[in-house]
Design a protein around this ligand. Structure first.
Ligand SMILES: Nc1nc2c(ncn2[C@@H]2O[C@H](COP(=O)(O)OP(=O)(O)OP(=O)(O)O)[C@@H](O)[C@H]2O)c(=O)[nH]1
Ligand SMILES: [Mg+2]
Length: 305
């Protein structure tokens, strides 16, 4: 590798909730870094994932979906997107194919370009995701429509779920990255600490296991992460977490009849945490009620928003 011919830069993934932003990041990295669920508003914070090949290093920034804010929490999430946009060298505007006459949610895309992207001065690649759901003719039609209406630097159809056009996407981003030597060693996958990904895995399992407003009213805080296994393999790592909810009724739902639901949550989360860390853990979950935490600045701040 000649350092002077190497490219390295930041690519932000931005788009509506449920577009497949986190799925795309994971597929590009070939590692499940960012949590994915069928529910919108799964991702709440910026997730940094670092992609490497022999020509470039791309620091991908996965973000929360853009939506109309209904809570202080949402305003913080939108603030995270705005801050992250400033760091980007290139923007991936990820839009999913839609069952509309134009094949895309025009109203959302119009807003995305008008309110978020046009003034940034950054190159914009529109990536149309979930192409596995539509025909090749449909893809051509929508690509032409998008190019004409918003005039992005490039348009590309992909399927993050089916790993379609991932190499093409990296090749498309490459010319927009500055010539720069890698910022991170080749074995670095993310800049966030393990404990952040532990809390995300627990949040993912809550999104998957519980219905209605419970996942949206829940936050996970790691109180203690004691690494003991490396020094003494007879002692598992100890992870103590608070699962924060807004109301006592939500606490009861999380716990379930005779604690069955909480037990199941602990088991499914522990399995994935152990897989990610590559070592056994002892996971303790404590449910705490913090009334209306999503509306309170001091609590949001203490949870990292
Ligand atoms: N059919 C199809 N489904 C996809 C594709 N990419 C993602 N999905 C699904 O879309 C849903 C949402 O995916 P996520 O990756 O969580 O979407 P997101 O944009 O990160 O969502 P938020 O974090 O909530 O903003 C999941 O059920 C994915 O499996 C795709 O290419 N094709
Ligand atoms: Mg996401």
């Amino acid at each position: 590798m000649t350092a002077s011919l190497f490219s390295c830069g930041f690519a932000i993934i931005i788009g509506p909730p449920n577009a497949g932003k986190s799925t795309l990041l994971n597929e590009l990295l070939d590692f499940k870094l960012s949590i994915v669920t069928p529910k919108p508003q799964t991702t709440r914070k910026k997730i940094t994932g670092i992609y490497h090949n022999d020509k470039c290093q791309i620091i991908f920034l996965d973000t929360p979906g853009i939506m109309k804010p209904q809570q202080k929490l949402h305003e913080s999430m939108l603030g995270i997107i705005r801050d992250t946009l400033k760091d980007a060298d290139v923007v991936i505007a990820l839009l999913p194919y839609a069952a509309t006459p134009d094949g895309i949610d025009v109203e959302f895309a119009d807003e995305l370009f008008a309110n978020w992207l046009q003034s940034t001065g950054k190159p914009i690649i529109v990536v149309l995701n979930k192409c596995d759901l539509v025909s090749a003719e449909r893809q051509q039609h929508v690509e032409a429509f998008v190019q004409k209406r918003w005039k992005p630097a490039k348009v590309l159809s992909v399927s993050a779920l089916k790993a379609k056009n991932m190499v093409q996407l990296v090749d498309t981003l490459h010319p927009f990255l500055p010539m720069h030597e890698p910022l991170y060693p080749e074995d670095t996958l993310s800049t966030a600490p393990e404990r952040f990904f532990v809390s995300e895995i627990i949040r993912e399992k809550i999104f998957l296991q519980y219905g209605r407003e419970v996942p949206y009213s829940t936050e996970v805080v790691i109180d203690e992460f004691k690494e003991q296994y490396e020094d003494d393999p007879t002692r598992k790592d100890l992870i103590r977490c608070s699962v924060i909810v807004e109301r006592d009724t939500q606490k009861q739902i999380l716990i379930g009849s005779k604690g069955a639901a909480l037990k199941k949550l602990g088991q499914t989360a522990r399995k994935d945490i152990e897989e990610m860390l590559g070592r056994p853990v002892f996971l303790e979950l404590f449910i705490k009620v913090r009334p209306d935490w999503r509306k309170k600045n001091n609590l949001l701040k203490s949870f990292g928003y």
